[in-house]
Design a protein around this ligand. Structure first.
Ligand SMILES: Cc1cc2nc3c(=O)[nH]c(=O)nc-3n(C[C@H](O)[C@H](O)[C@H](O)COP(=O)(O)O)c2cc1C
Length: 495
């Protein structure tokens, strides 16, 4: 199913009983932490998506706040019109591996583009008044977390679409006690574009433009239709807009920007047009990160916005990263799992599934085990394959566990049971001393951009060690699922 825009997706959630509108007040000002508490509360109980109609202290009164839209695996699956997470992940991985299923975006006229209903021209941009600023916890600046960046490679002209955060400067505090120039609050954002390892595609574009002495034009679409958000969160070679068309089964409608040659989804709630001013990087912090800590200081390039377009009566999606699970955790995990799964499936048909927990432990399920394995060290071969997989996730996987077909990789009780009964710590593990770090892991050494770059990695082979250590293994003592279902039926309404 293809949703025309974020509004249609939210309407679908509502019909499924997965969205509630709240008119009671919530505090969203700097120094308040009510929204972080709300995030903890709803995410811990797998609660619904919310529309907060009355955010106190928001600078754009009347703009409703979309909250926790992707806070469960099921709601994230719904972005592509299905309820089943595994089905969506497999669909994502298959389409990723098959560019013939991608659908090129369709260019529409400006008159058909809702995102052009209001146009704030160059010279009139004042983001401190025109763009919502929402605080969740103790973060120094407020963040844009609904924003996907469109850019073109300065050498090849190929498009990149990526979901990266930005900080705003209205009421922002500087992590070193310095102050930001007041104009920054009107026109500037600090962009989480990593240009040192592990890099992002936008980091490469920025770097190439800077080497040519150019400023990179960018267009930032906020709250667009959901498939392009999934595409933007996917690390891939090729055009994420065409890939997202394949995911939703219909071309994404795009429209030309006002001030540069880029194109953006026509139904976006807001579009910010501008350029990366690489020479004006700023140090920002505190930033609440997805591994559950506040980064004290990070250094990012400035994006200068020279034009804003938006829909009439726009809405704003904002979200916070904190100790997992949090709202967009799952939206980020869908492409992570699918990317690693797609890569492994291209070369190892025995890989049946890949699950990634909200804390980024990777569990690879095989379709074979024991003596069926092609060779005794097959489990360890899988560990190496994960670390050698394409993109930034597999190679930064700090903890990887390989299990057989009888272990559900999404059920951590089963995974722990396999480790407890099929694994010996010395013989069945690999400690890789020179892996690549997940950039925000606080336990690793830091790069000059304040990100982590090298990490040790642990791989656990929890497959059954036949034939290498045993000729047979004890039979599993457990009830058959159909027998449990029969008992459940028998005891229905009694126990
Ligand atoms: C809500 C959300 C926010 C994200 N923020 C960032 C970010 O600030 N910087 C970053 O490098 N990746 C971020 N990611 C992950 C990237 O979107 C993802 O790795 C994507 O593949 C990057 O695109 P690229 O591979 O074209 O660079 C975020 C993902 C989500 C879902």
């Amino acid at each position: 199913m293809a949703f025309r825009d974020m509004r249609a997706f939210l309407a679908h959630l509502e019909t499924q009983g997965q969205l509630k509108k709240l008119s009671m007040p919530f505090k969203a000002r700097r120094g308040d932490s009510e929204l972080q508490a709300l995030m903890r509360y709803v995410c811990d109980k797998e609660g619904p998506a919310l529309i907060l109609e009355n955010c106190e202290g928001i600078n754009t009164k009347g703009v409703p706040l979309v909250f926790n839209a992707f806070g469960t695996r099921e709601r994230t699956a719904m972005t592509l019109g299905l309820n089943d997470w595994r089905a969506v992940k497999i669909r994502h991985a298959e389409i990723l591996n098959d560019p013939s299923r991608w659908i090129e975006p369709k260019l529409v006229d400006r008159s058909q583009a809702p995102c052009k209903e209001v146009i704030i021209k160059p010279g009139d941009v004042a983001m401190d008044k025109q763009l919502p600023h929402v605080w969740f916890g103790k973060e120094g600046p407020s963040y844009l977390t609904n924003a996907i960046t469109f850019s073109r490679d300065p050498e090849t002209g190929t498009r990149n679409v990526g979901w990266y955060r930005f900080t705003q400067f209205l009421d922002a505090t500087h992590p070193m006690g310095e102050s930001y120039a007041p104009e920054r609050a009107k026109t500037d954002l600090a962009a989480f574009y990593w240009w040192q390892p592990p890099m992002s595609d936008i980091g490469r574009h920025v770097f190439k433009a800077a080497q040519k002495g150019q400023r990179l034009p960018v267009a930032i679409a906020c709250s667009a239709e959901p498939a392009i958000h999934v595409g933007a969160a996917t690390g891939m070679i090729g055009d994420e807009a065409a890939f997202a068309g394949g995911l939703r089964g219909e071309a994404i409608e795009m429209v030309k920007c006002e001030t540069n040659d880029l194109e953006v989804p026509a139904t976006s709630e807001y579009v910010l047009e501008g350029e990366v001013v690489f020479e004006e990087a700023e140090t920002i912090g505190w930033h609440s990160n997805p591994v559950g800590y506040y980064d004290r200081a990070q250094r990012f390039p400035i994006v200068r916005i020279n034009c804003i377009t938006h829909r009439k009566n726009p809405m704003w999606y904002a979200t916070m990263e904190m100790v997992p699970p949090f709202d967009h955790n799952y939206l980020a995990l869908l492409p992570v799992e699918a990317e690693v799964f797609a890569d492994l499936r291209r070369k190892i048909p025995e890989v049946r599934d890949v699950a990634c927990t909200p804390n980024a432990t990777y569990i690879v399920q095989l379709s074979i085990d024991g003596a069926q394995k092609p060779h005794p060290e097959f489990g360890k071969y899988i560990l190496h394959a994960v670390w050698g997989s394409a993109g930034r996730w597999g190679r930064t996987a700090k903890l990887v566990i390989v299990v057989g077909p009888d272990v559900d990789p999404y059920d951590l009780k089963q995974v722990e049971w396999a480790i407890a009964t099929r694994w010996q710590p010395v013989k069945d593990s690999i400690i890789n001393p020179s892996g690549q770090a997940f950039v925000l892991d606080p336990s690793c050494e830091k790069s000059p951009q304040f990100g982590a770059f090298r990490s040790e990695q642990l791989g656990i082979d929890a497959t059954i060690k036949i034939p290498e250590r045993f000729t047979e293994y004890p039979e599993v003592s457990n009830a058959a699922p159909e027998d449990v279902a029969a008992i459940a039926k028998k005891l229905h309404g009694i126990v």
